[in-house]
Ligand binder design. Sequence first.
Ligand code: PEP
Length: 251
Amino acid sequence: MTAPRPLVAGNWKMNGLKAQLKELTELAQGFDDALKSKIDLLVCPPATLVCPAANATNGARIAIGAQDCHTGVSGAHTGDVSAQMLGDCGATFVIVGHSERRADHGESDATVRAKAKAVLAAGLTAIVCVGETRAQREANEATAVVGRQIDGSLDALFDPAKIVVAYEPVWAIGTGLTPTTADVAQMHEFIRHRLVALYKEAGAGVRILYGGSVKPSNARELMGVKNVDGALVGGASLKAADFLGIAAAYR
Ligand code: PEP
């Protein structure tokens, strides 16, 4: 099987008022045909901007996603948003199990799996995040932790074509720190084996993104690692120029 088509995804987190949408215009201008032929580009703004962002990127081949969703379709869940609602707004991806949600909202692997199931049921693609903390890495538990998260957050019944896995070491998010390329290669190979065990040949086609302090200056090196099929980018996705600088790793 040929390597999966790379995906460069931006996670704006809880950042961005309507004025931030101008970055999408700049992004659309910089996402030229040469780049379009090589990678998929995705922006996940806060829920308030999913609809206008999808309208703003209509026709630009920039996908819009959300950062979280509820496990259900509708009902008495004040303040929550379902995957179906996000799809109705134009989202085609939903991030689930980001470490900030696992930490801030106590989301367990079972919850993440239920959310991923809801995303797939809505016809969207789930980006399932996994990654160890600094303490877990220092205790040599990184692969055991990520293995548990993969097993607990995915399901053999999921359609692998609708799954993306993002490996994001918690200690690398927003810190400017990154693992060595050898550590990234080791973890991505481990995740690949897990995906093949779960989905057989189709597991080879599941995109595995690296996330954690990706910036234009380190993107080429990180994206060049075997089994790294793109990036999940936080801070550096807020400015179109920086995000395009990361995508340029694939030129
Ligand atoms: C993230 O939160 O998904 C992330 C990778 O953040 P940053 O790029 O800012 O480290």
